[in-house]
Design a protein around this ligand. Structure first.
Ligand SMILES: C[C@@](CO)(OP(=O)(O)O)[C@H](O)COP(=O)(O)OP(=O)(O)OC[C@H]1O[C@@H](n2ccc(N)nc2=O)[C@H](O)[C@@H]1O
Ligand SMILES: Nc1ncnc2c1ncn2[C@@H]1O[C@H](COP(=O)(O)OP(=O)(O)O)[C@@H](O)[C@H]1O
Length: 283
């Protein structure tokens, strides 16, 4: 086998709480993560030497700052592999959006190279390697629905919460996780998620209780800096979303719907001013 195609799915955070700040510049968090069917597609070809990256989105760097490059480097070193790789990224997940597009690409690279190079690493071993690449990478390897603690790497798999419809709206502002976390004031959190209530609702597959209780403390930073985020949330609720929240460090906002007509109507309304509006499902 000298070529492999692998899908890289995005995620949303159904809740996100920051517990404290660590000495290494990271934050301890508690977040419920949910994979969605919005995906990039990676084609990985065997190559004798070095890594070559291509992508259809000019916002994605093609040099060593691409997270796929880091995944390749870390795995090659760890497993003493001396081959190259040609990785073509078909990017559909908006970039720097809070949807873990980069982390999903890194996860797909680890999984793809594991097969291409016949390394036979288990999922747990790939997840251990993944955390050295990015905090969201272990979740992107595991997928589904999970409660994440630590910096996001301590994962507890939750009951499936798949097939729920959501609308995603990305206002096209570039917001990085490092900026949001660096401005975030841990001592002054106003509204925290009731994670236990959400966990019970997920166990019952209760989209209504989940939607009503979604909270992301990082909105404290982004909603202040960008009024558009709050505006999209309000518009989604006016259009009949069961609940609406910013995902991760933003700026993408998502809303759950139980009615397709309302979902499509909301999409039409938001598209009048926002370029990137997507319909997705939880997986
Ligand atoms: C906010 C979240 C929520 O899922 O996701 P995104 O919005 O990026 O999708 C994550 O916590 C982001 O994860 P990820 O973007 O993979 O983080 P990394 O690349 O490892 O870290 C980028 C920077 O964010 C900060 N960071 C990240 C994770 C964390 N728990 N605490 C932090 O303070 C650190 O300053 C770090 O240098
Ligand atoms: N493969 C990649 N896909 C997307 N962005 C990447 C990739 N590699 C590096 N980046 C950089 O990482 C930053 C964060 O992108 P992304 O992972 O999409 O966002 P988020 O962490 O908000 O989910 C971007 O600004 C981009 O320049």
């Amino acid at each position: 086998m000298n070529e492999i195609q692998i899908e890289a799915y995005g995620k949303v955070n159904i809740s996100l709480d920051v517990i404290g700040k660590r000495k290494d510049n990271y934050h301890e968090i508690e977040t419920i993560m949910q994979q969605i069917d919005l995906k990039d597609i990676l084609t990985i070809r065997d190559r004798k030497n070095e890594i070559k990256i291509e992508c259809n989105n000019s916002l994605v760097p093609l040099d060593s700052s691409n997270i796929v490059h880091k995944a390749f480097r870390v795995l090659s070193e760890k497993c003493h592999v001396k081959r190259g790789a040609h990785i073509i990224i078909e990017k559909n997940i908006p970039v720097a959006a809070g949807l873990a597009g980069g982390s999903a690409n890194a996860a797909a690279t680890l999984k793809g190279l594991n097969k291409l190079w016949n390394l036979n690493l288990t999922e747990a071993e790939l997840m251990d390697i993944g955390v050295h690449i990015g905090a969201d990478v272990p979740f992107c390897i595991m997928g589904g629905t999970a409660l994440a603690k630590g910096i996001g790497e301590k994962l507890e798999k939750l009951d499936s919460f798949k097939d729920h419809m959501l609308l995603l709206a990305n206002p096209g502002i570039e917001v990085t996780s490092s900026h949001v976390y660096s401005v975030f004031d841990v001592e002054n959190i106003k509204n925290r998620p009731q994670t236990d209530t959400l966990l019970k609702a997920i166990q019952k597959n209760d989209i209504y209780t989940v939607s009503k209780n979604m909270v992301n403390v990082l909105e404290q930073v982004t909603c202040k800096e960008y009024k558009e985020i709050e505006k999209i949330k309000e518009d989604m609720i006016k259009c009949g979303a069961l609940g609406s929240l910013m995902s991760g460090s933003g700026p993408t906002v998502f809303g759950f719907f139980d009615d397709e007509d309302k979902l499509y109507n909301c999409k039409r309304i938001l598209e009048k001013r926002i370029e990137k509006v997507f319909i997705a499902r939880t997986i």
